[in-house]
Write a protein that binds this ligand. Structure first.
Ligand code: SAM
Ligand code: SF4
Length: 315
């Protein structure tokens, strides 16, 4: 399936829930989600049908996200069923890692290939502050679990926040010297209020801090890749604000309440809730055609037009 600008759509990000066991300041409000009626959310069966529809249209890569996907009841069974869908070649999960010690082995056995784990700091107090309710020990236990159960790839997602973790760029990047993981610095996107302009640091700050980083050729993906000499994994730079990657956008997003989002930073949404497989295929096709060439500029003063917090989209 191609969009109106000839871009091939091969990647679906499926948000299985908008709920979360953390409350990251850049992602969701302190008091959690505004509860939607159960009937408004996709059922497990509808999620599987939507992935089948997407696969029939040429989607090969699936990312399971949220909210926190591991708090979703039946997450292992959802992953198992998705992994059995013809055409789906790779299943990745993005998680805060807190529940990975319990669920990592079962997810791997259910066919999840890769895991991205979010970790913005190695300082226990800062971790509790940015997540509002989390403890660093649990996230680190999640990382160890991810490494021990044999996922094909483990990546750490670090949201780069000026005045918060810019003093930890070196320590975080040096995790790639200890473990076979990629550490990816992601520019803070203006999705919630409350961050001062200096919080929005471009990824160039990582290159300034670590001049020894060597460029690594990438095979697609949104990250520019680098490596510290002697490292076991890459350092990735993801720059949605300073250098967007719209020209190579290959994705659609499906929210837990059944809205297909053609673009993360637009409030355009097409519902596939309640439709049969053929109806879902049609909505996915329309969503691909509704993808804009590029989203509006983002900056400290230009908030995303997403119309939802990240936990309600599936970041
Ligand atoms: N709960 C899971 C987690 O935290 O990994 C999955 C959902 S979370 C919305 C997905 C990713 O979006 C996380 O890596 C998170 O750091 C990132 N994210 C959330 N809000 C963001 C923002 N305002 N700017 C940049 N990245 C953001
Ligand atoms: Fe939850 Fe992930 Fe959002 Fe943090 S970034 S509040 S862990 S959904």
């Amino acid at each position: 399936m191609r969009d109106g600008f000839g871009r091939k759509i091969t990647y679906l990000r499926l948000s299985v829930t908008d709920r979360c066991n953390l409350r990251c300041r850049y992602c969701m409000p302190e008091d959690g989600v505004c509860l939607q009626h159960h009937e408004e959310m996709l059922t497990e069966e509808e999620m599987i049908t939507a992935v089948e529809a997407a696969a029939a249209l040429g989607v090969t890569k699936l990312r399971i996200t949220g909210g926190e996907p591991l708090v979703k009841k039946n997450i292992v069974s959802i992953c198992q069923k998705c992994s059995e869908i013809k055409g789906i070649k790779e299943i990745c999960i993005t998680t805060n890692g807190v529940l990975l010690p319990e669920l990592g082995g079962a997810l791997r056995a259910a066919g999840v290939n890769r895991v991205n784990l979010s970790l913005d700091t190695l300082d226990p107090d800062k971790y509790s502050s940015i997540t509002r309710v989390g403890t660093l020990d649990k996230a680190l236990a999640g990382l160890e679990a991810a490494l021990s159960v044999g996922f094909e790839k483990v990546k750490l997602n670090v949201v780069l926040i000026g005045g918060f973790n810019d003093d930890e760029i070196t320590a975080l990047a040096e995790l790639t010297l200890r473990w076979p993981i990629d550490v990816r610095f992601i520019e803070l996107m203006p999705m919630t209020e409350g961050f001062p302009p200096e919080a929005f640091l471009p990824c160039a700050a990582v290159l300034e801090r670590l001049p020894e980083l060597e460029r690594v050729p990438e095979k697609g993906g949104t990250a520019r890749l680098y490596r510290l000499p002697g490292a076991l994994g890459n350092v990735g730079l993801i720059s949605p604000v300073s250098d967007h990657f719209c020209a190579s956008c290959d994705r659609l997003r499906l929210t837990a309440d059944g809205k297909v989002k053609p673009c993360l930073h637009s409030n355009a949404e097409l519902s596939l809730k309640g439709l049969d497989r053929a109806g879902m295929e049609e909505v996915l096709r329309q969503a691909a055609l509704a993808k804009p060439r590029c989203h509006e500029p983002l900056s400290a003063s230009e908030m995303s037009g997403a119309g939802r917090e990240m936990n309600r989209i599936g970041g």
